[in-house]
Design a binder for this molecule. Structure first.
Ligand code: SAM
Ligand code: SF4
Ligand code: SF4
Length: 340
Protein backbone atom coordinates (compact mmCIF):
# COMPACT_ATOMS: atom_id res chain seq x y z
CA UNK A 1 0.00 0.00 0.00
CA UNK A 2 1.31 3.45 -0.89
CA UNK A 3 -0.02 6.44 1.01
CA UNK A 4 -0.56 9.54 -1.14
CA UNK A 5 -1.04 13.12 -0.02
CA UNK A 6 -3.45 15.70 -1.42
CA UNK A 7 -1.00 16.57 -4.20
CA UNK A 8 -0.75 12.83 -5.02
CA UNK A 9 2.80 12.70 -3.64
CA UNK A 10 3.62 9.21 -2.31
CA UNK A 11 5.21 8.64 1.09
CA UNK A 12 8.51 7.01 0.20
CA UNK A 13 11.18 8.35 2.49
CA UNK A 14 11.53 8.86 6.25
CA UNK A 15 14.22 10.85 8.03
CA UNK A 16 14.57 9.76 11.60
CA UNK A 17 16.21 12.20 13.98
CA UNK A 18 17.64 9.97 16.71
CA UNK A 19 18.87 12.74 19.01
CA UNK A 20 18.69 16.53 19.24
CA UNK A 21 22.19 16.73 20.74
CA UNK A 22 25.27 17.66 18.75
CA UNK A 23 29.02 17.87 19.24
CA UNK A 24 29.34 20.82 16.80
CA UNK A 25 27.69 24.23 16.73
CA UNK A 26 27.33 25.13 13.04
CA UNK A 27 26.31 28.76 12.76
CA UNK A 28 23.43 28.03 10.35
CA UNK A 29 21.96 25.28 12.52
CA UNK A 30 22.96 25.66 16.19
CA UNK A 31 24.34 29.18 16.65
CA UNK A 32 23.82 29.13 20.43
CA UNK A 33 26.03 27.30 22.94
CA UNK A 34 23.17 25.90 24.95
CA UNK A 35 19.68 24.71 24.12
CA UNK A 36 16.42 23.51 25.61
CA UNK A 37 16.80 19.76 25.03
CA UNK A 38 13.98 17.27 24.59
CA UNK A 39 13.18 15.61 27.94
CA UNK A 40 14.92 12.26 28.25
CA UNK A 41 11.73 10.40 29.12
CA UNK A 42 10.17 11.59 25.85
CA UNK A 43 12.89 10.10 23.67
CA UNK A 44 11.70 6.95 21.91
CA UNK A 45 13.67 3.83 22.74
CA UNK A 46 15.12 1.71 19.95
CA UNK A 47 12.21 -0.72 19.87
CA UNK A 48 9.74 2.16 19.60
CA UNK A 49 11.67 3.72 16.71
CA UNK A 50 11.86 0.37 14.95
CA UNK A 51 8.17 -0.25 15.47
CA UNK A 52 7.25 3.09 13.90
CA UNK A 53 9.70 2.44 11.07
CA UNK A 54 7.93 -0.86 10.39
CA UNK A 55 4.61 0.99 10.22
CA UNK A 56 6.10 3.46 7.72
CA UNK A 57 7.61 0.65 5.65
CA UNK A 58 4.16 -0.92 5.53
CA UNK A 59 2.84 2.33 4.05
CA UNK A 60 5.40 2.28 1.24
CA UNK A 61 8.48 3.97 2.72
CA UNK A 62 11.58 2.46 1.12
CA UNK A 63 14.33 4.91 2.08
CA UNK A 64 15.31 5.61 5.68
CA UNK A 65 17.89 8.15 6.80
CA UNK A 66 19.23 8.49 10.33
CA UNK A 67 19.99 12.05 11.26
CA UNK A 68 19.81 14.50 14.15
CA UNK A 69 21.44 16.45 15.84
CA UNK A 70 24.44 14.23 15.56
CA UNK A 71 23.15 10.67 15.17
CA UNK A 72 26.43 9.06 16.26
CA UNK A 73 25.86 10.53 19.73
CA UNK A 74 22.83 8.28 20.14
CA UNK A 75 23.65 5.34 22.36
CA UNK A 76 23.18 1.99 20.60
CA UNK A 77 22.77 3.49 17.15
CA UNK A 78 24.37 0.33 15.78
CA UNK A 79 21.58 -1.73 17.32
CA UNK A 80 18.99 0.56 15.75
CA UNK A 81 20.59 0.05 12.34
CA UNK A 82 20.36 -3.70 12.89
CA UNK A 83 16.67 -3.43 13.77
CA UNK A 84 15.90 -1.22 10.76
CA UNK A 85 17.85 -3.46 8.38
CA UNK A 86 15.66 -6.38 9.37
CA UNK A 87 12.46 -4.58 8.31
CA UNK A 88 10.91 -5.88 5.13
CA UNK A 89 10.82 -3.28 2.37
CA UNK A 90 13.78 -1.19 3.55
CA UNK A 91 15.73 -0.64 0.34
CA UNK A 92 18.07 2.12 1.40
CA UNK A 93 19.42 2.83 4.87
CA UNK A 94 21.56 5.97 5.09
CA UNK A 95 23.19 8.13 7.76
CA UNK A 96 23.86 11.88 7.77
CA UNK A 97 26.67 12.77 10.16
CA UNK A 98 29.49 15.17 10.87
CA UNK A 99 31.70 12.02 10.90
CA UNK A 100 33.59 12.88 14.10
CA UNK A 101 32.62 9.57 15.70
CA UNK A 102 32.82 7.45 12.55
CA UNK A 103 36.27 6.01 13.26
CA UNK A 104 34.75 4.57 16.44
CA UNK A 105 31.45 3.25 15.07
CA UNK A 106 31.93 2.86 11.30
CA UNK A 107 32.87 -0.81 11.27
CA UNK A 108 29.96 -1.87 13.49
CA UNK A 109 27.55 0.23 11.44
CA UNK A 110 28.74 -1.49 8.28
CA UNK A 111 28.29 -4.91 9.87
CA UNK A 112 24.83 -3.92 11.12
CA UNK A 113 23.73 -3.19 7.54
CA UNK A 114 24.05 0.56 7.00
CA UNK A 115 24.14 1.20 3.24
CA UNK A 116 25.72 4.63 2.86
CA UNK A 117 26.87 7.78 4.58
CA UNK A 118 26.54 11.49 3.95
CA UNK A 119 29.08 13.65 5.75
CA UNK A 120 28.69 17.39 6.32
CA UNK A 121 31.86 19.30 5.52
CA UNK A 122 31.84 23.08 5.03
CA UNK A 123 35.56 23.84 4.85
CA UNK A 124 38.97 22.22 4.44
CA UNK A 125 40.70 25.00 6.30
CA UNK A 126 41.12 24.22 10.03
CA UNK A 127 40.49 27.74 11.26
CA UNK A 128 37.55 28.31 9.01
CA UNK A 129 36.08 24.93 9.92
CA UNK A 130 36.34 25.91 13.58
CA UNK A 131 34.67 29.25 12.91
CA UNK A 132 31.81 27.75 10.89
CA UNK A 133 31.16 24.73 13.10
CA UNK A 134 31.98 26.31 16.45
CA UNK A 135 34.60 23.63 17.24
CA UNK A 136 38.21 23.03 16.08
CA UNK A 137 37.55 19.47 14.88
CA UNK A 138 38.41 19.39 11.17
CA UNK A 139 40.98 16.62 11.66
CA UNK A 140 38.41 14.39 13.31
CA UNK A 141 35.88 14.96 10.53
CA UNK A 142 38.53 14.15 7.91
CA UNK A 143 39.48 11.00 9.81
CA UNK A 144 35.79 10.05 9.81
CA UNK A 145 35.55 10.50 6.04
CA UNK A 146 38.67 8.37 5.61
CA UNK A 147 37.18 5.67 7.84
CA UNK A 148 33.95 5.63 5.82
CA UNK A 149 35.92 5.26 2.62
CA UNK A 150 38.12 2.47 3.95
CA UNK A 151 35.06 0.57 5.10
CA UNK A 152 33.68 0.73 1.56
CA UNK A 153 30.66 2.94 2.25
CA UNK A 154 29.41 5.02 -0.67
CA UNK A 155 30.02 8.57 0.64
CA UNK A 156 28.45 11.91 -0.16
CA UNK A 157 29.76 15.19 1.20
CA UNK A 158 27.29 17.97 2.06
CA UNK A 159 28.44 21.57 2.02
CA UNK A 160 26.19 24.47 2.94
CA UNK A 161 27.43 27.33 0.78
CA UNK A 162 27.63 30.63 2.66
CA UNK A 163 28.30 33.94 0.94
CA UNK A 164 31.67 35.41 1.88
CA UNK A 165 32.43 32.49 4.18
CA UNK A 166 33.21 29.36 2.17
CA UNK A 167 32.05 30.05 -1.39
CA UNK A 168 35.68 30.50 -2.48
CA UNK A 169 36.37 26.89 -1.42
CA UNK A 170 33.95 25.21 -3.82
CA UNK A 171 36.66 24.22 -6.32
CA UNK A 172 38.87 22.82 -3.53
CA UNK A 173 35.94 20.92 -2.00
CA UNK A 174 35.08 19.45 -5.40
CA UNK A 175 38.69 18.31 -5.87
CA UNK A 176 38.75 16.86 -2.39
CA UNK A 177 35.50 14.95 -2.97
CA UNK A 178 36.80 13.59 -6.29
CA UNK A 179 40.03 12.42 -4.64
CA UNK A 180 37.96 10.66 -1.96
CA UNK A 181 35.67 9.01 -4.49
CA UNK A 182 32.80 10.88 -2.85
CA UNK A 183 29.99 12.89 -4.43
CA UNK A 184 29.90 16.53 -3.34
CA UNK A 185 26.52 18.18 -2.81
CA UNK A 186 26.32 21.92 -2.49
CA UNK A 187 23.38 23.12 -0.46
CA UNK A 188 21.80 26.54 -0.54
CA UNK A 189 21.55 28.15 2.89
CA UNK A 190 17.99 27.72 4.18
CA UNK A 191 16.07 30.06 6.49
CA UNK A 192 14.73 27.27 8.67
CA UNK A 193 15.31 25.97 12.21
CA UNK A 194 18.26 27.52 14.01
CA UNK A 195 19.15 29.70 11.01
CA UNK A 196 18.40 32.86 13.00
CA UNK A 197 21.30 34.62 11.24
CA UNK A 198 19.87 33.87 7.79
CA UNK A 199 19.51 36.66 5.26
CA UNK A 200 19.03 36.46 1.52
CA UNK A 201 22.43 38.13 1.11
CA UNK A 202 24.08 35.13 2.76
CA UNK A 203 22.63 32.68 0.20
CA UNK A 204 24.80 31.55 -2.69
CA UNK A 205 22.35 30.46 -5.35
CA UNK A 206 22.50 27.36 -7.53
CA UNK A 207 23.25 29.63 -10.49
CA UNK A 208 26.22 31.21 -8.66
CA UNK A 209 27.53 27.81 -7.59
CA UNK A 210 27.47 26.57 -11.19
CA UNK A 211 29.12 29.76 -12.46
CA UNK A 212 31.94 29.39 -9.94
CA UNK A 213 32.56 25.74 -10.76
CA UNK A 214 32.40 26.36 -14.47
CA UNK A 215 35.09 29.01 -14.07
CA UNK A 216 37.36 26.65 -12.13
CA UNK A 217 36.60 23.26 -13.73
CA UNK A 218 35.24 23.96 -17.23
CA UNK A 219 32.00 22.88 -18.89
CA UNK A 220 29.27 21.39 -16.71
CA UNK A 221 26.60 19.03 -18.00
CA UNK A 222 23.23 18.54 -16.31
CA UNK A 223 22.45 14.86 -15.74
CA UNK A 224 18.67 14.86 -15.21
CA UNK A 225 16.79 11.83 -13.91
CA UNK A 226 16.38 13.40 -10.52
CA UNK A 227 13.01 11.91 -9.58
CA UNK A 228 12.08 12.90 -6.03
CA UNK A 229 15.70 13.52 -4.93
CA UNK A 230 16.52 16.97 -3.52
CA UNK A 231 19.80 17.15 -5.42
CA UNK A 232 20.12 17.99 -9.11
CA UNK A 233 23.17 16.18 -10.45
CA UNK A 234 25.80 17.55 -12.77
CA UNK A 235 28.97 16.19 -14.39
CA UNK A 236 32.31 17.73 -15.31
CA UNK A 237 33.91 16.76 -18.61
CA UNK A 238 36.13 14.22 -16.79
CA UNK A 239 33.00 12.47 -15.49
CA UNK A 240 33.14 13.84 -11.93
CA UNK A 241 29.60 14.06 -10.64
CA UNK A 242 28.33 16.54 -8.07
CA UNK A 243 24.94 17.74 -6.88
CA UNK A 244 23.27 21.03 -6.05
CA UNK A 245 20.40 21.26 -3.58
CA UNK A 246 18.64 24.51 -4.44
CA UNK A 247 16.12 24.44 -1.60
CA UNK A 248 16.02 28.21 -1.34
CA UNK A 249 15.99 29.52 -4.91
CA UNK A 250 14.50 26.52 -6.76
CA UNK A 251 12.56 24.38 -4.30
CA UNK A 252 11.44 20.89 -5.25
CA UNK A 253 8.29 20.49 -3.15
CA UNK A 254 6.27 19.20 -6.11
CA UNK A 255 8.00 15.81 -5.92
CA UNK A 256 8.62 15.70 -2.17
CA UNK A 257 8.03 12.23 -0.72
CA UNK A 258 9.76 12.82 2.63
CA UNK A 259 8.44 12.72 6.16
CA UNK A 260 10.43 13.39 9.32
CA UNK A 261 10.25 11.73 12.71
CA UNK A 262 11.79 13.45 15.73
CA UNK A 263 13.59 11.60 18.52
CA UNK A 264 10.52 12.09 20.74
CA UNK A 265 8.15 10.64 18.17
CA UNK A 266 6.67 13.64 16.43
CA UNK A 267 5.92 13.35 12.74
CA UNK A 268 6.61 16.40 10.56
CA UNK A 269 5.32 16.52 7.01
CA UNK A 270 7.67 19.29 5.92
CA UNK A 271 10.97 20.79 7.01
CA UNK A 272 9.13 24.10 7.34
CA UNK A 273 6.02 22.78 9.13
CA UNK A 274 5.08 24.72 12.26
CA UNK A 275 3.34 21.78 13.91
CA UNK A 276 4.04 18.06 14.07
CA UNK A 277 1.84 15.06 14.82
CA UNK A 278 2.48 13.20 18.04
CA UNK A 279 2.96 9.46 17.46
CA UNK A 280 4.55 8.79 20.86
CA UNK A 281 1.35 9.15 22.87
CA UNK A 282 -0.68 6.62 20.85
CA UNK A 283 2.33 4.31 20.66
CA UNK A 284 2.79 4.36 24.43
CA UNK A 285 -0.96 4.12 25.00
CA UNK A 286 -0.79 0.71 23.36
CA UNK A 287 -2.13 1.39 19.86
CA UNK A 288 -1.55 -1.59 17.58
CA UNK A 289 0.34 -1.54 14.28
CA UNK A 290 -2.85 -1.46 12.20
CA UNK A 291 -4.20 1.56 14.09
CA UNK A 292 -0.86 3.37 13.94
CA UNK A 293 -0.68 2.67 10.23
CA UNK A 294 -4.17 4.06 9.71
CA UNK A 295 -3.24 7.12 11.77
CA UNK A 296 -0.12 7.86 9.69
CA UNK A 297 -1.95 7.20 6.41
CA UNK A 298 -4.65 9.69 7.41
CA UNK A 299 -2.09 12.33 8.41
CA UNK A 300 -0.17 11.88 5.14
CA UNK A 301 -3.42 11.79 3.16
CA UNK A 302 -4.21 15.33 4.31
CA UNK A 303 -0.77 16.71 3.57
CA UNK A 304 -0.65 19.90 1.54
CA UNK A 305 2.80 21.18 2.61
CA UNK A 306 5.01 23.00 0.12
CA UNK A 307 7.06 24.91 2.68
CA UNK A 308 10.08 25.97 0.64
CA UNK A 309 7.92 27.16 -2.26
CA UNK A 310 5.85 29.29 0.10
CA UNK A 311 9.00 30.76 1.59
CA UNK A 312 10.34 31.64 -1.86
CA UNK A 313 7.11 33.45 -2.68
CA UNK A 314 7.89 35.90 0.13
CA UNK A 315 10.74 37.23 -2.06
CA UNK A 316 12.26 40.36 -0.49
CA UNK A 317 10.05 40.06 2.60
CA UNK A 318 11.80 36.85 3.55
CA UNK A 319 13.35 36.71 7.05
CA UNK A 320 14.41 33.73 9.22
CA UNK A 321 11.40 31.47 9.79
CA UNK A 322 11.80 31.48 13.58
CA UNK A 323 13.48 33.82 16.04
CA UNK A 324 15.67 32.67 18.94
CA UNK A 325 12.85 33.18 21.49
CA UNK A 326 10.40 31.06 19.48
CA UNK A 327 12.99 28.31 19.14
CA UNK A 328 13.57 28.29 22.88
CA UNK A 329 9.82 28.10 23.48
CA UNK A 330 9.41 25.20 21.05
CA UNK A 331 12.57 23.20 20.30
CA UNK A 332 10.62 21.20 17.72
CA UNK A 333 11.13 24.14 15.40
CA UNK A 334 14.88 23.47 15.44
CA UNK A 335 16.60 21.81 12.48
CA UNK A 336 18.66 19.72 14.90
CA UNK A 337 15.40 18.40 16.42
CA UNK A 338 13.49 17.58 13.26
CA UNK A 339 16.52 16.38 11.30
CA UNK A 340 18.01 18.08 8.24
N1 SAM B 1 24.71 16.47 12.38
C1 SAM B 1 24.57 15.81 11.14
C2 SAM B 1 25.25 16.57 10.03
O1 SAM B 1 25.53 17.75 10.21
O2 SAM B 1 25.48 15.97 8.99
C3 SAM B 1 23.12 15.52 10.76
C4 SAM B 1 22.09 16.56 11.06
S1 SAM B 1 22.23 18.11 10.19
C5 SAM B 1 20.84 19.01 10.78
C6 SAM B 1 21.73 17.58 8.55
C7 SAM B 1 22.07 18.51 7.41
O3 SAM B 1 21.33 19.71 7.55
C8 SAM B 1 23.54 18.90 7.34
O4 SAM B 1 24.07 18.52 6.10
C9 SAM B 1 23.51 20.40 7.49
O5 SAM B 1 24.51 20.99 6.75
C10 SAM B 1 22.12 20.76 7.01
N2 SAM B 1 21.65 22.05 7.49
C11 SAM B 1 21.45 22.43 8.77
N3 SAM B 1 21.02 23.72 8.82
C12 SAM B 1 20.94 24.16 7.54
C13 SAM B 1 20.56 25.40 6.93
N4 SAM B 1 20.18 26.45 7.64
N5 SAM B 1 20.60 25.47 5.58
C14 SAM B 1 20.97 24.41 4.83
N6 SAM B 1 21.33 23.22 5.34
C15 SAM B 1 21.33 23.09 6.68
FE1 SF4 C 1 25.30 19.62 14.45
FE2 SF4 C 1 24.75 18.83 12.01
FE3 SF4 C 1 23.57 21.01 13.00
FE4 SF4 C 1 26.17 21.07 12.44
S1 SF4 C 1 24.50 20.79 10.96
S2 SF4 C 1 25.20 21.83 14.34
S3 SF4 C 1 26.80 19.02 12.90
S4 SF4 C 1 23.29 18.96 13.70
FE1 SF4 D 1 9.34 18.73 1.07
FE2 SF4 D 1 8.70 20.73 2.70
FE3 SF4 D 1 11.20 20.49 1.76
FE4 SF4 D 1 9.18 21.27 0.15
S1 SF4 D 1 10.01 22.37 1.91
S2 SF4 D 1 10.79 19.75 -0.34
S3 SF4 D 1 7.49 20.00 0.96
S4 SF4 D 1 10.15 19.06 3.12
Amino acid sequence: MTARDRHQRPLRSLRISVTDRCNLRCGYCMPEEDYVWLPRSDILDLEEVARLARVFAGLGVRRFRLTGGEPLLRRNLVELVRLLRAIEGVEDLALTTNAILLPRFGEDLRAAGLDRITVSLDSLDPERFARLSGRPRLDETLAGIEAARELGFPVKLNTVVLAGQNEDELPALLDFARAQGAELRLIEYMDVGGATRWSSDAVVSRADVLRRLEASHGAIRELGGRGSAPAERFALSDGTVFGVIASTTQPFCGACDRARLTADGRLFLCLYAREGHDLRAPLRAGEGDAQLSQRVATIWGERLDRGAEERRALATRRRPLALAGELRADPHLEMHTRGG
